[in-house]
Design a protein around this ligand. Sequence first.
Ligand SMILES: [Zn+2]
Length: 444
Amino acid sequence: MSQKIDYLISPKWIAPVIPRSCVLEDYSVAVSQSTISKILPTNEALKNFREAPNISLPDQLLTPGFINVHSHAAMSLLRGIADDRNMMDWLSNWIWPIEEKLVDPSFVLDGTQLAGVEMIMGGTTTVADNYFFPEASSSAFASLGMRAQIGIPVLKFKNNWASDERDHLAKGLTLLNRQQDNSLQSLSLSPHAPYSVTDEGFLRVAELAKKKKIKIQLHLHETSQEIQDSLDECGLRPLARIENLGILNRSLQAIHLTQLNSDEIERLAKNEVHVGHCPESNMKLGSGICPISDLLAKNVNVAIGTDSAASNNDLDMLQEVRTASFLSKAVTNDASQIAAEDCLEMITLNGAKFLGLEHKIGSIEVGKLADLTAIDMSSIALKPVYSPVSQLIYNCTSAHISNVWIDGKRILQNKELSKFNMPELERKVDIWKEKIMSLASKIS
Ligand SMILES: [Zn+2]
């Protein structure tokens, strides 16, 4: 065979996601540069590509890399600092005061690296992040070789990155006008929430997103309090308000949506809004449950996010999607909601659609980029394997992830991030811990 490839990956099983419900056994994936160039039976692959290195993964499942559609990576430094509090108490009395004292580019760089390492070790290859000092998060994800959508925050409140809404937008525009030099990254606008952004701010966000052809990520209908406050303030539920301001369209990535009536579900479907479901954060902060079975029944694209480690408290996509599945089964009294193969689709292909990247990632297909995750199913606790996808969704965690490729590069090799200075990161995290603990003791 004349075609030249860089290497072969030969797992026991491949779950390519497209075609649906397909599991290939004893097949190999050939990778050339950053792209999947061939998928063929392993015995043929070894004959045809004798010269190429073969990464043999017996007892392992290969899937598309996982896509975490909602996070605030740097907040991993705040993991476990203010647990067991309701959402607005947690945010107003703990997280925001701590952030005001500490958040600067070095906090964001170190915190985002901490999160990025956890994500990659858990099989996540792409993340949509939202935090202050987006330049620092961008550097952190670049240092790890991770694919990312970097959200530019927009808030009406002063914070350490910007003084008011106009300042956020001005800084955002500067970033958007700068030449993007990292093919793994894109920028989005992240108006924080309806209660923290003015009508004028939303109008400007809508205009800018349209002009620059970028996504808008927004926390929306996270709690019942948010709905009541909006009704008291302007007589409209937040979703109706942002619809009037031109935000409710296919560019919108709406996060949480724990409070929805049937009319709102229709409007989300009609306007092709993408939904980011973060069940563990919603449960932990006592916020509510997003009715994803109803949304999926209306063909709304639903993808999965962990939210930050401060409200989860891990970034494990397998545990997150299992929670989504079990929660749906429980609230609908229907065990067929949400089936294992739908779960795999939600953390891969649906995530790619959410980000507008479905032509590049989200499935294992010839011509797509090699963003891949391998899961080791050799452990006794995972045997017997009747259905590898079922086993993945209902039994595996980040601890079973063995290898990760992003853009064709092997970033995680046999559970090791070989090119990353882990002791240095651990040292920095310890220093932040001392600072944050002393600050938190003054708040309590
Ligand atoms: Zn969030």
